[in-house]
Design a protein around this ligand. Sequence first.
Ligand code: SAM
Length: 338
Amino acid sequence: MVAGGGCGRPCGDAPSRLIPSLYDIEKDGVAFGSPLLLAMLRGRILGGSLRCDSMAQVLKGRWPMSDPYADLAAQDEALQERIADAMDTRCREPEQIAIRAAYLADIRLPAGALAVEFGSGTGHVTKDLVKLAGAAHALGLEPSPVMVARARRHFANAADVSFETADAKATGLATGSVDMVLMHTLLCHVPGPQDVIREAFRVLKPGGVLAICDGDYDTATCQIADFDPLDQLVRFMIHQNVTNLWIMRQIGAMLAGAGFELGQRRSHGYVAQGDAAYFQTVIERGADRMTETGLLFEETAQALKAEARKRVSKDRFFGFMSYVSQMAYKPQGGQVGA
Ligand SMILES: C[S@@+](CC[C@H](N)C(=O)[O-])C[C@H]1O[C@@H](n2cnc3c(N)ncnc32)[C@H](O)[C@@H]1O
């Protein structure tokens, strides 16, 4: 029923298609079981918090849902700016910087190396390629002009980073021209991640390194006890904003299939600290999205946001998710499309 069944895409797209995310199901109009199954799946995720009219929407197959990061340039500008703010917040958190430092420390680049970040957002992680991985120049590629403009503003005075608008599936970079490619929280948002991996293989020099780090999003939680209503916001946001929750559980086979040799794999626990700034953006956006979709009344969303803020102020907030990083190498003498 599941793998490639009726989705109209080549079955060779598995394994990301083996367990399609709900995004895939609706975005692609997949004939995946009955509307009732969909309703049950959503009921499982959202627990008892579904309003009746929302359930009716689900049953009619009209649940408004998408991962805005999968096509950020198509979103309205206010949403793109809000997402850019959340990216800046996340990137600047010391715990997030520590995750990047931990896996980028595994990399040894040659003198004068060119490193490219696919999906560079607001640019902080691109800058890490110089600061933490030792690249001579780092180029960030990103399809959203709003993100590119913000990244350029952040690093206007840095001669060793630059940003261009481009799709990671067809970067326009010359074959075999790059020492390192980085994908930091990109692939979970991309339908067809194999195309991006193939492009990385093409542009890398033989012996070049691909570093991938992404959330293991099914671990995301702010639950502090059974039936914690705040956790529903986190679960909802993750399911609304991530195309493939399990990308890092599938990545090894995808990389090997594209011709890469696998290197170091690490896990990185992320626990919200202090004012839990990034997790608060998740909760605030989750509450607003629940209201937009008609799932929550405005006053309920406001109450849940207030609950999150109060937990922080009373040292009762807990937010956690795990990230996974994976290194991979293009073999010396590796052929494009191997
Ligand atoms: C979660 S953000 C991560 C940004 C940055 N790497 C960071 O960690 O701050 C994912 C980014 O990937 C970009 N993206 C999505 N699909 C893409 C594609 N096909 N090619 C290149 N970038 C893409 C989005 O526009 C977004 O800026």
